[in-house]
Design a protein around this ligand. Structure first.
Ligand SMILES: [Mn+2]
Length: 294
């Protein structure tokens, strides 16, 4: 590991071409759900390696403690790499702010707290380079379903599968006793449909509260629906998720905000993976050295 060839490739070497990466003033991501099989950790890792940033906001539901409670610990190496990458960004000078969501709410009662280089807060007020004030929060307080029907939120999609199964069993029993078909799953679907309707209520509610607070914009996550649009006088931003849509909001040096969709074709992914293999090996090497020095 300490051969002269590797030593030549330590950061600072122009051959590393790190300067070719875009540099953002701020990056916001949320709803990563580390600890679940649905988490797109590999893609997120590649995204985190594709840029440099002065500030990184983790807007909640980064680690899914609900899933741990529900089906035990699931933690592959790629999830560890995401955590290590974020810690490394902080170590290299990026300001990292973590705003716990409802799936990582365990931390909420201890806020505000500093965990090493990571600032953990309930919400934040971010000022862009062009002077706009953005209220940053996870947003579950504005989701009437998770707020008032916690059981439904905990059930989630797996609950839906179980309910479909229950629906079959229930109707077999009903049939045996001469009752007609009654769709339990349709009743649940009605709830889910209502959840879909709540998306617009959620957005409106947040925009309204942002206006009341006198800020220019609100940025949240939680509903896994990336968005950047004006609602009345305020700008509504949602950085989406890393479960399906793989999205982020970034602020450029001049304060311009952009919604990024990090969806790569299989071919492009393979190309990028090949190009980054060297980079990944280097990262591990450098991490190893830093750990040895610590
Ligand atoms: Mn959430």
């Amino acid at each position: 590991m300490n051969g002269p060839e590797e030593a030549n490739l330590i950061p600072g070497d122009p051959a590393r071409a790190a300067s070719a990466k875009p540099r953002y003033r701020t990056v916001w991501i949320s709803d990563v759900h580390l600890g679940t099989k649905n988490c797109q950790a590999e893609l997120l890792l590649r995204f985190l390696k594709s840029f440099r940033t002065d500030q990184l906001y983790l807007v909640g539901d980064i680690v899914d403690f609900w899933e741990f409670a529900r089906s035990g610990i699931y933690w592959p190496a790629s999830h560890n790499k995401v955590v290590r990458r974020v810690l490394k960004m902080a170590r290299q000078g990026a300001r990292v702010v973590f705003i716990p969501g409802n799936h990582d709410e365990n931390l909420r009662e201890y806020l505000p707290i500093r965990l090493g280089e990571i600032e953990c807060v309930k919400d934040a007020l971010h000022t862009t380079a062009d002077g706009r004030r953005i209220w940053v929060l996870h947003g579950d307080d504005f989701d009437l379903i998770t707020k008032y029907h916690r059981w439904l939120a905990v059930l989630g999609d797996r609950g839906y599968v179980i309910l479909l199964w229950l629906n079959r069993v229930l109707n077999r029993i009903r049939q045996t006793f001469g009752f007609g078909y009654w769709s339990l799953s349709a009743a649940v679907k009605y709830k889910v449909k209502r959840a879909v309707n709540f998306i617009s209520d959620f957005e409106q509610g947040l925009a309204q509260e942002a206006r009341r607070r006198g800020v220019d914009a609100v940025l949240c996550g939680h509903i896994h629906h990336a968005e950047q649009r004006r609602i009345g006088e305020v700008l509504y931003l949602n950085c989406g998720d890393w479960v399906e849509s793989c999205t982020a909001i970034v602020e450029h040096a001049d304060g311009r905000l952009e919604l990024l969709r990090f969806a790569l074709t299989a071919e492009a992914q393979q190309r990028q993976r090949r190009a980054e293999d060297t980079d990944a090996d280097l990262d591990d090497l450098v991490d190893g050295r830093e750990d040895a020095l610590a």
